[in-house]
Design a protein around this ligand. Sequence first.
Ligand SMILES: Nc1ncnc2c1ncn2[C@@H]1O[C@H](COP(=O)(O)OP(=O)(O)OP(=O)(O)O)[C@@H](O)[C@H]1O
Length: 239
Amino acid sequence: MPDLLELDNLRAGHGEAVVIPDLSLRLAEGEALAVLGRNGVGKTTLLDSIIGVTRRFGGTVRLAGRDVTRLSPEARAHAGIGWVPQERNIFRSLTVEENLTAIARPGKWTLARVYEMFPRLAERRSNMGNQLSGGEQQMLAVGRALMLNPRLLLLDEPTEGLAPIIIEQLLASIRRIIRDEGMATIIVEQHARKILKVTDRAVILDRGAIVHQAASAALLADPAPLEQHLGVIAKGAAA
Ligand SMILES: Nc1ncnc2c1ncn2[C@@H]1O[C@H](COP(=O)(O)OP(=O)(O)OP(=O)(O)O)[C@@H](O)[C@H]1O
């Protein structure tokens, strides 16, 4: 059986700029991968290339053995890639419930199950998107991606800008989505040590290349590579 996601010799960037020169990566069914690295090394560009919103110069993207390289972002979403961009992109003039049902597709993730995962969204079901706190918006963005019933979930800095207590709540939900529901997930995250407790494996990027990869548990046990490649960021996120 092929891996769920196979990137081979991906070369991608923006305009004329090549941000990722040549990257290959595998993700198994049900596996959770953390993508770590300093600011500007290409983490977002990597996720954006999987959903197909960057310029591709070469290489292939396969989902469950199917070549999706030339598919539009919409077609890739339809093929099973759920995407929560850094800017969240919720519909601000729709209610929470309308946001969740607007682009839903049938599968095990229903409105009831998303509300069970994020009870706060159930409480706020009639509120408009623009009335939500940052944490609620992020929960809504994740819930909306789940309603697409994806095979693969991409999360770009889900905890960015959130208060510490909300970060803990959100990470607890993400852990349940991964551990209990078996969702294959790729997460870009600045809080390295926090996310390593949730993921199976991690890659560290530098200048668009994978400079280190290891099991998350190994990086937690021996954080030298984090300090080497992330420096002050890893120390700052040690709590
Ligand atoms: N839309 C864009 N157009 C042109 N250049 C871009 C665009 N988005 C990102 N870049 C450039 O690509 C490089 C990689 O950026 P990217 O956002 O992928 O890094 P990152 O590791 O996710 O950083 P951060 O942690 O700051 O989000 C940077 O030099 C950035 O300036």
